[in-house]
Design a binder for this molecule. Structure first.
Ligand code: RAM
Length: 354
């Protein structure tokens, strides 16, 4: 996992501030290795899930750095919300613009199939990043995932289990109901719960904050009101976990908190260290997990441009090598894993800045 200096982080914020639907393209200059046959630099567009989510800033920074190294031209455009069809019109515009590579963190496992097929029939390379077309993988060329999707769900259940003594009611505060990555991780959690080790943990509710801070806050407050015996919450979304931590702090029901019943409620999930630092340091959240989102963007830029330039043909067992991340090998579903999954707690969180 990389620890990037504060100066670089500030640059991310400046560049990302200009990103959004209709915003001026963020263009990274560089060498010529990513040039098309005609000698022009390859045009890469990255489409995150939505604007205003700090998670995507380091992903974008990874794309920018890779495009500097490769010599491709990068544009980032995101819809205002993470609803299932919100990315369709952006993809259509990018087909018109004749980009070479579309990299996308998908908001739906299937609503994009048709428009992505259209893009590919025009010679555009399509790679997914962070959120894949789960079950519809044939509509993209390849994917970058942060970790094996099954393992993320398993890791989350094990982490919560270790925090609550493997016993008690818990709920999930997710992103949107369609989110392909969260849904795959939740499926992994449910599978894991079948293991006798977790027989005394009971999933009592799953709610959706839509990766919006306000909706996530309201949904988390409702969970606390509805389930007085709740021992834990897993929020496998950076937006949900940050909002949930705020709610739990205000409720006083965190472990050792003024309104805690017994051992209190353990809130965990996936979020960025910078969003959670304060809550780990003041004891509202004990531990949570993530990977470095930077690696996803960095690897995806190499993946998309190498496929487009016919330097790489994705197939199971084949591999790609990048200057910063070394060698990675494709899975059966043509996924690359940028990883690693890291657990953050009071002991290590100060070391991370993203
Ligand atoms: C949110 C998004 C993203 C996910 C992280 C953990 O920012 O839903 O796709 O990877 O959480």
């Amino acid at each position: 996992m990389q620890r990037r200096p504060a100066a670089l982080l500030a640059l991310v914020l400046v560049v990302a501030a200009g990103c959004g639907k209709g915003a001026a393209p963020g263009t990274a200059a560089g060498g010529t290795a990513g040039g098309s046959a005609s000698g022009e630099r390859l045009k890469v567009v990255y489409i995150p899930k939505n604007t205003g989510n700090p998670y995507f800033k380091p992903v974008i920074k990874g794309f920018e750095d890779a495009c500097q190294e490769i010599g491709c031209e990068l544009t980032t455009l995101a819809p205002a919300n993470a609803e299932g069809t919100s990315q369709v019109s952006i993809i259509k515009e990018q087909i018109q613009r004749r980009v070479d590579v579309i990299a996308i963190s998908a908001n739906s496992p299937d609503a994009l199939n048709q428009v992505l097929d259209q893009a590919r029939s025009r010679g555009i390379t399509v790679v997914t990043v962070d959120s894949d077309l789960v079950g519809n993988e044939s509509h993209r060329d390849a994917a970058v995932l942060p970790a094996d999707f099954g393992q993320i769900g398993e890791g989350q259940v094990e982490l919560l289990g270790s925090l609550i003594g493997y016993e008690g009611d818990f709920a999930i505060l997710s992103a949107t109901p369609d989110a392909p990555n969260q849904n795959a991780w939740i499926a992994g959690m449910k599978e894991t719960l079948k293991n006798p080790k977790y027989a005394k943990m009971r999933l009592v509710d799953t709610v959706y904050g839509d990766d919006e801070p306000q909706k996530s806050t309201t949904e988390c407050e409702a969970l606390l009101a509805k389930h007085p015996n709740l021992r834990g919450i897993i929020s496998p979304t950076s937006v949900g976990l940050a909002a949930g931590a705020q709610v739990l702090e205000q409720s006083g029901r965190f472990p050792g908190g003024p309104k805690a019943t017994g051992p209190g409620i353990q809130l965990t999930g996936l979020s960025t260290p910078n969003q959670l630092k304060k809550f780990v340091q003041n004891g509202v959240v004990t531990s949570f997990q993530l990977w470095d989102p930077y690696n996803e963007g960095y690897l995806a830029a190499y993946l998309g441009t190498q496929i487009h330039g016919k330097k790489l043909q994705p197939k199971a067992g084949a591999s790609i090598e990048t200057p910063k991340l070394g060698k990675q090998t494709f899975s059966e579903k043509l996924e690359l894993v940028s990883g690693p999954l890291v657990t953050f707690d009071k002991k290590n969180i100060a070391q991370f800045d993203f």
